[in-house]
Design a protein around this ligand. Structure first.
Ligand code: M6R
Length: 364
């Protein structure tokens, strides 16, 4: 079943261009170049607030979506991990959309949060990969990902498919709320359609990432930094590395580094910086300089412009294609997945069945 791949995780990483394309097909009308929901008769124009709830990697997809829903659709978004959300007595007012994100559709805490929101009169939307799951059955609005079965315990293709759905949903909400015009919608559709090709371009760095894995494998601690929608990607990068290589890793918002974690930096701590070039790039460059001034070893993941500007002095750089900000989190997911994967292979851990972890967490 693994074909030519060593592990399911590796196979699933490489499936991403195909499954993201497959997923996007149900959210894009190629002919009229518009974004649409699979349940076309479902009207989201009266939604006044979104509450996103999920766990683990699915939660990080939700964090990215918060940036998008706010920026493109100007919708206020609240987000929490399911185990906290349930017990903090959240304020849920009429007109709210509660959005649950889950690969399995069975995660106990997320499902309980869904039921809580349903009882509180929220409209329930779910982004799930298993169409027969409990969450899928209990939703008002089902937004499926078409990633196919994900076997590796570390989520990879489900994550990028979640992001694809959430990007389309952000664009759809923006249209419904009159926040973007027809021209912008067409431009977004074009960018979404280009995503699988961009994912392929990112996957082409596999060998390069493989050969830099030995730089990270001996580390005891690794820091991941990102800003804006790439901040959740830093969290996801750290989670992937922890899960399968057992190296302690933390993700931080680039600007938060000097508020504490910088105290950890020395020659032994690799710092992975996720930073597509753009208006905030300068700020990240100065965060990188702060790391380097303390002997920290920086791996910069950026595009050609970013690497030209800030690549010097890094122990390694990984050059991603230059993409629209809406696509960047999908594309930047690939190098962080590959890095975790190759580091785990260097360490010889059980990539598909990491210790202490289960694919689906159906207990609280
Ligand atoms: O099935 P779900 O998306 O609800 O699962 C949520 C988390 O348990 C899951 O993402 C977990 O963090 C993965 N092991 C991440 O790789």
């Amino acid at each position: 079943e693994k074909g030519n791949y060593r592990h399911f995780m590796q196979k699933e990483i490489f499936e991403q261009p195909t499954v993201v394309a497959q997923t996007l097909r149900s959210y894009i009308h190629q002919v009229d170049q518009s974004v649409a929901l699979p349940q076309i008769d479902f009207d989201l124009s009266r939604i006044n607030r979104v509450t996103i709830v999920a766990c683990g990697t699915s939660y990080y997809a939700g964090m990215v979506a918060k940036y998008w829903f706010e920026q493109f659709a100007r919708l206020p978004v609240d987000i929490d991990v399911a185990s906290e959300f349930r017990y903090r007595d959240p304020v849920l007012e009429p007109g709210g959309l509660a959005l649950f994100i889950s690969q399995s559709g069975e995660t106990a805490d997320t499902l309980a949060a869904l039921r809580h929101c349903k009882a509180a009169g929220q409209t329930i939307a779910v982004v799930v990969n298993v169409p027969t799951s409990s969450m899928a059955r209990e939703a008002d609005l089902l937004l499926p990902t078409h990633a196919g079965p994900e076997i590796g315990v570390a989520s990879t293709k489900a994550f990028t498919c979640q992001l694809a759905v959430l990007a389309a949903l952000a664009a759809h909400l923006a249209v419904k709320r009159g926040r973007i015009d027809r021209e912008e919608e067409i431009a977004i559709v074009r960018h979404l359609v280009e995503t699988p090709a961009c994912l392929n371009a990112a996957l082409a760095f596999d060998e390069e990432i493989f050969s830099m894995a030995h730089l990270i494998a001996p580390a005891r601690d690794v820091l991941y930094l990102g800003r804006g929608p790439d901040y959740p990607l830093a969290l996801e990068g750290a989670l992937k590395l922890k899960e399968i290589s057992y190296i302690h890793a933390e993700g931080y918002a680039s600007g938060e580094m000097k508020h504490g974690p910088i105290a950890l930096i020395d020659e032994a701590v690799p710092v992975i910086v996720l930073a597509p070039s753009g208006p905030l790039f300068e700020k990240t460059v100065s965060n990188m300089q702060e790391v380097r001034a303390r002997g920290g070893k920086v791996v910069l993941i950026s595009d050609a412009d970013g690497i030209k500007e800030a690549g010097e002095g890094c122990i390694a750089t990984i050059e991603m294609p230059k993409v629209h900000p809406l696509i960047a989190p999908l594309v930047y997911a690939v190098p962080v997945q590959l890095l975790a994967y190759h580091v785990a292979c260097v360490k010889g851990t059980d990539v598909d069945q990491p210790r202490n972890l289960a694919k689906s967490v159906t207990v609280e």
